[in-house]
Design a binder for this molecule. Sequence first.
Ligand SMILES: *Cc1c(COP(=O)(O)O)cnc(C)c1O
Length: 464
Amino acid sequence: MHYVSTRGAAPELDFADVLLAGLARDGGLYVPASWPTLPDGSLERFASMSYADVAVEVMWPFVEGSIDADVFADIVAAAYATFDAAEVVPLTDLGDGLWLAELFHGPTLAFKDVALQLVGRLFDHVLGQRGERVTIVGATSGDTGSAAIDACRDRAAIDIFVLHPHERVSEVQRRQMTTVLADNVHNLAVRGTFDDCQDLVKALFADTEFRDRRHLSAVNSINWARVMAQIVYYVTTAARLGAGGSRPVAFSVPTGNFGNVFAGYAAQRMGVPISQFVVASNRNDILTQFLTTGAMTIGEVHPTLSPSMDIQVSSNLERLLFELFGRDGTAVAELMSRFRAEGTVALEPDRLDLLSEHWTGTRVDDEGTTRTIRALHERTGLFVDPHTAVGLAAAEQSRRDADVPMVVLATAHPAKFPDAVEAATGVRPPLPTHLADLFDRPERYDVVDDDVAVVRDVIDDTLG
Ligand SMILES: *Cc1c(COP(=O)(O)O)cnc(C)c1O
């Protein structure tokens, strides 16, 4: 498979180069040159196969030509062996055709593990083959950081720097990052928001001299390999719910950077019958605005109970825009530069119509989030974390067809956000045993200003 940039002015790359490159040199994001489709009968077959076996089949067209088939199968098996559920992504029936797909059974309790446990191993493999070393730089609103750190810790060919917004992530989230004392792991707390962290990472990548000298690489959600790994659970979930007989499925996706829900779009393009995507946002509702009006205006980031969704500019939306513009990279580049310059942009109504058929944007505020956590607990005894609750509330509000199963992606374990869950239910969900002593472990991190020169110097000083 070859990959092209959404801005149309970067060289085409193969999978291994896209994996290591992250952002394209023209500022765009890499996407496959064409969408592969699942052979007829795949969904029926997948319904009775293991997650890892389905994962190999679904992802193979995207990596073919870059990685040996046996090696790839071993890497996938090792990645999903770290999960504490045999199904990897178990489904829970909530009644009334509503389902939870539990994406939080990996080592750091959030859905980021599904992609990053694979991506860390792919990096290791490709770098090992090439005899190279990289410096991974990433921004996190909380969950990506710990998942990336867990996936990269102690890997010989990788140094990892993770920028998180100082005092804007939960204590569990911070400690899951800062208590990893491996020599190759470096945590920077930035005095700013997640968007500031993300802008710092973009600025580091835009500094070509620094980027080349340090072999910068990214594992945040702009990395195509992450999106690719996330396609798999849309496929396995749809297969289990009978989509093989062409019965459609709907998904409600708690959304921040749009990587997760874009993977759903990819699954749909590959032939999974998905009839509706509910893009669930918290008070930071730029995506709800966009999907309802076609216009996007950058606003201030408001802290909410679901911090991993406290994002105004969703990087992966560019991948969907690329498709909406008929894969015209020049048009996307023009739109994005206007958005950057003016802070606002609007789609023509006919382009918005292309979206309305399958896409719904729904906003859920903190009060609705808390009410949803409480109501589900009262009705079923189950806990959901605040991100999942946003998805669940949005699913209930915006479901179009009661006969179509609606799957809410449960993106974090409730114990990752114990304060919000306790405030809603009166009960504090316990951490799983492997993290029970998290609050006793020593932490290590540096607090830095929101200034690219400062961050660059910290990285240079650390690496020598
Ligand atoms: C990252 C994250 C999200 C948002 O996912 P995107 O792919 O950025 O849209 C939602 N919920 C949780 C718990 C997350 O960690």
